[in-house]
Design a protein around this ligand. Sequence first.
Ligand SMILES: *[C@@H]1O[C@H](CO)[C@@H](O)[C@H](O)[C@H]1NC(C)=O
Ligand SMILES: *[C@@H]1O[C@H](CO)[C@@H](O)[C@H](O)[C@H]1NC(C)=O
Ligand SMILES: [Mn+2]
Length: 498
Amino acid sequence: MHVDIYRWGQQQQESSQQDLGCGVLALALLPPCCLCAQLLLCETCKTKVYPDNLPTTSVVIVFHNEAWSTLLRTVHSVINRSPRHMIEEIVLVDDASERDFLKRPLESYVKKLKVPVNVIRMEQRSGLIRARLKGAAVSKGQVITFLDAHCECTVGWLEPLLARIKHDRRTVVCPIIDVISDDTFEYMAGSDMTYGGFNWKLNFRWYPVPQREMDRRKGDRTLPVRTPTMAGGLFSIDRDYFQEIGTYDAGMDIWGGENLEISFRIWQCGGTLEIVTCSHVGHVFRKATPYTFPGGTGQIINKNNRRLAEVWMDEFKNFFYIISPGVTKVDYGDISSRLGLRQKLQCKPFSWYLENIYPDSQIPRHYFSLGEIRNVETNQCLDNMARKENEKVGIFNCHGMGGNQVFSYTANKEIRTDDLCLDVSKLNGPVTMLKCHHLKGNQLWEYDPVKLTLQHVNSNQCLDKATEEDSQVPSIRDCNGSRSQQWLLRNVTLPEIF
Ligand SMILES: *[C@@H]1O[C@H](CO)[C@@H](O)[C@H](O)[C@H]1NC(C)=O
Ligand SMILES: *[C@@H]1O[C@H](CO)[C@@H](O)[C@H](O)[C@H]1NC(C)=O
Ligand SMILES: [Mn+2]
């Protein structure tokens, strides 16, 4: 599970296998050529030639109470595994650490290194966003490369990143994030077959790279993957372009949501976001954060996500609001300067992003309904019961509060709740919730707005009320026109937003 000091709350909410960041899913799909070498460069990447006159980069690393070994592993790997002339400097931004060895001892240690290392200190705990802004402000390279403080760069990590920026300065690039075990510090390759997305709760998630992106690259996996979002910890960006597109939203606190914010902004405002598959950087994925946070994580993330939704997502923000009841009560401060930025840069609407950049998004571009699905006979509603992937969908008394009773019947005829879709794989059920695969198949449902039936196409059966054996799950049976097979699909409206 990818949990680190800046991403704890988001990841804590759900913990399916997918939560491993580039872990489990990644390892399952690992391309054979990446298994061979310790340094994890695919053989084909090794044959690539990059221009000599690549831009220089400053490497900005924010840390807070980081362990000496992981911090220095990051710094040394940058120095040892990058061509010297491409590294302008390393900027270490201390976000108010308390550990003594991160003070004078760190400064004297880095003075001896053969690359200039600039240690700067935040006066008080400021969080990732403001600490990175400070690091960026003092940096001098043509490119800024942000890294987490517990990484290991591999041989050849930098050239492919800088080459993309040289090719087009509005391209923002991420390496493949390899997994460093937090138990053994063992190094495992990440996959080039996953890319960044997000769910209705605005949690960053890895999803399989869709066929359309494989086709665009004509099957050449050494070419960069266009990714809808970035994980946020590790990326390179042209220094001036970072300014031009508005750095980070300085109205966001501490951490959380900033990675989606910069991702949406890059795409909507004319840039490109890529995962450069020939660049690998390892990252320690921690199971738990050893640190405490001022103010509580939940409220901070909700505030940041509201800023994200209000500035960039247009009407699609409703998916976030409807599935997260209570979030609309969180004050998100003044967003006028960010709206001004969006205007000034003439950024495209979120619908454009969904249509062109992320057509396989968890948020459907077109949908028939977003809200409860109510049984006509029993007056109960479908309810995901906060159950996980692979479990049965539930049915419960309607509460009209959104959350677990929010489903969308999409234009693709899926019934989805967040990134899970109702799926039936055998006659008479059960009806389970699986990751949406966008391939119709067992996830295809036909709603008849006259008969009010939800017919599962593959089985030719109808969604029905709960059975006597299990009163908390709907059933699926031969369609026979009974009232228990009639469903009302509604758009929920939340008065405090609309
Ligand atoms: C629900 O809202 C969507 C998007 O605004 C709209 O296209 C759809 O017709 C509405 N459906 C119902 C059942 O009101
Ligand atoms: C439809 O089938 C269910 C269960 O098989 C049964 O209880 C119900 O009475 C049937 N309804 C009609 C209208 O035949
Ligand atoms: Mn991290």
